[in-house]
Design a protein around this ligand. Structure first.
Ligand code: SF4
Length: 339
């Protein structure tokens, strides 16, 4: 399995995946004794908060895997825990804004139950405050703890979400995808992001490579942020069971104004089962040969499950008049707050 690494000396190292670095003293004593019994007695701590037992004979690997201490950590043997980093958080650091380690563990379990991915790699790094000890700035998906407001206006634990950090071939800072989301909402945004990864990734492709090849090549970050937000609203808030998916060949050239009308037309179709326009031309302007006049609450009239505010947003996205049509996603995200 991926936990077994062949070393230069012909022996193996075995990786124990530790959930966000929480490892008790008694577990360390037991692990050390297994390291003596099965290997040379040496262990290595990794920067991403895992442990390697080194110098194990190939023939002893199966027996090591069936020991109590290794079995105990098997539940964390998936891509969400494998490369996760989480800083101390409120429990042991006075700067912490959110508990952090428990939040990271909860989200990883949630993601694994929603989208289990066998071959791949996603580095999720959590810092509980802006000091960034969890190195969220270079993560595939980074979280920085903050306080946020829920729908009722209560102050709750929240995160800023970053994506697209690079460490493999070049070093690159991650960019903000969303600011100040309640953690209870953030996990759904990550779910939709990772569903896109699971849908379009090549075999064994890491999220870092996928972000390079697919996400940041085909879409603006603003469009990706809108996609996770609208899917959260359509499903978790309105329970409509409808998903706006990113496209393998979008032809919108990362231009926000093209992406907005493209998404708007697709949302109109998904929610009403009718077409907003006959199509768009090469400049992503609606083909108005048979213009369809709609009111701002058209989508709600056809589909009463759609709140008027969402209908209004779709109108703003597909307004036939280019001058009054929404041209940046940030104004739509603000509008969606009330939905
Ligand atoms: S990022 Fe903040 S909360 Fe986390 S360990 Fe560093 S100073 Fe403490």
């Amino acid at each position: 399995g991926s936990n077994r690494v062949l070393l230069k000396n012909g022996k193996y190292a075995y990786k124990v995946i530790v959930p966000s670095g929480i490892f008790s003293g008694s577990d360390m004593i037991e692990l050390a004794s297994r390291a003596k019994g099965f290997g040379s007695g040496n262990i290595r701590l990794t920067y991403d908060q895992n442990i390697f037992i080194v110098d194990i004979d190939k023939s002893a690997l199966d027996a090591l895997e069936s020991t109590t201490i290794i079995s105990k950590y098997k539940a964390f043997n998936n891509i969400y825990f494998n490369d996760m980093i989480a800083c101390a958080g409120t429990k042991t650091c006075s700067f912490g804004v959110i508990p952090n380690k428990p939040d990271a563990i909860e989200m990883a379990h949630f993601l694994n139950s929603e989208i289990a991915i066998d071959s791949g790699m996603v580095r999720m790094n959590w810092s509980a405050c802006p000091k960034g000890c969890g190195v969220h700035g270079i993560a595939d998906i980074g979280f920085e703890g903050c306080k946020a407001k829920d729908d009722e206006g209560n102050r709750v634990d929240g995160v800023h979400i970053f994506i697209g950090g690079k460490i493999t071939r070049v070093a690159k800072e991650a960019r903000v995808l969303h600011k100040t989301l309640p953690i209870t909402e953030a996990k759904y945004h990550i779910k939709y992001l990772l569903q896109t990864y699971a849908q379009y990734k090549q075999r064994g492709e890491t999220f870092e490579d996928f972000e390079n090849r697919f996400l940041s090549t085909k879409y603006s970050y603003q469009a990706i942020g809108f996609m996770t937000k609208i899917n959260y609203i359509l499903n978790e808030k309105l329970d409509l069971g409808i998903k706006l998916e990113l496209n393998n060949e979008p032809k919108t050239y990362k231009k926000e104004n093209f992406e907005i009308i493209d998404f708007g037309m697709r949302l109109f179709k998904l929610l009403t089962d009718e077409s907003r326009f006959a199509g768009v031309d090469n400049e992503f302007e609606p083909i108005l040969s048979q213009p369809r006049k709609i009111t701002r609450d058209e989508v709600s009239i056809i589909n009463p499950k759609v709140p008027k505010k969402l209908s209004e947003v779709i109108y703003m996205m597909t307004d036939p008049n280019k001058k009054s049509r929404a041209s940046v996603f940030s104004e739509l995200i603000v509008q969606l707050k009330g939905v």
